[in-house]
Design a protein around this ligand. Structure first.
Ligand SMILES: *Cc1c(COP(=O)(O)O)cnc(C)c1O
Length: 241
């Protein structure tokens, strides 16, 4: 527990430093402690240290932990992984935010279920900014030059924006695992430019949030404008698998 507090403090210090370096206020940045594969006790320790946002990427694990911790009414769960439509019920029920709208079908499914439960959900549109095959999301690796790619994203967002009960907060991405700092800087800056281009397209949808940055790259993401960082191992220690 003590070690976790130290790791959390060190991470928060690095976030504050990166924000300061970029001339940004640290209040603009929400830290999501990614607790996948971590125990209820480990989550509680981080909660007691003041963190209120937690991230999970598996439906069963989210459900189990959300039920166990439901007495902590200010704890917010972020679902950050790819979601199959047939598994969406528990996510609608237990998650407060959804970061992985990577296709129309999942948006439609969430919207239908939210209507049934009379709930709303803030969501992020997941984009693939690097073009890596293994990365999910709407492909935007060449959006500035390829107008068809950009138009296709715009059309998808237009459709998603009309779905009831979904509130689009902004964009989410995952950077390549092995990219250099230069490449990461380029990709995260490109995300910021894409985000601004979309805000111009959709002035009425205030979709200005950027969910990007993980343990190995959150400082670069913050310098480029990230407003939600998803940090697992730097806070909780390495995962086993
Ligand atoms: C696991 C995961 C993270 C956190 O990864 P770390 O490298 O442990 O910080 C962030 N985002 C997503 C989508 C993840 O699956």
């Amino acid at each position: 527990m003590q070690n976790n507090h130290k790791a959390l403090q060190a991470t928060c210090d690095r976030i504050a430093q990166a924000a300061h370096h970029a001339g940004r206020s640290v209040e603009e940045i929400t830290v999501i402690a990614v607790s996948k594969q971590k125990s209820i006790e480990e989550i509680l320790a981080i909660y007691q240290a003041g963190i209120r946002h937690f991230g999970e990427n598996r439906r069963e694990e989210l459900q189990k932990k959300a039920v166990a911790l439901q007495h902590l009414t200010d704890l917010k769960w972020h679902f950050i992984g790819h979601l199959q439509t047939r598994q969406s019920q528990a996510v609608v029920q237990y998650a407060h935010y959804f970061h992985a709208v990577d296709r129309l079908k999942i948006a439609e499914r969430l919207s239908t279920q939210l209507l049934q439960l009379n709930q709303e959900m803030p969501v992020f549109i997941q984009v693939n900014i690097s073009g890596e095959d293994s990365k999910g999301g709407f492909l935007v690796d060449n959006w500035q030059k390829d107008s068809q790619q950009f138009q296709s994203l715009i059309q998808s967002i237009e459709t998603i924006a009309t779905l009831p009960r979904l509130k689009i907060l902004g964009l989410m991405t995952m950077a390549p695992f092995d990219a250099s700092s230069e490449t990461l800087r380029y990709l995260f800056n490109n995300m910021k430019m894409l985000s601004m281009a979309l805000q111009e397209q959709f002035p009425l949808l205030s979709m200005k949030e950027l969910s990007m940055g993980m343990s190995r790259d959150f400082e670069i993401a913050i310098e480029a404008g990230a407003t939600y960082v998803r940090i697992g191992s730097a806070i909780f220690g390495e995962r086993v698998k």
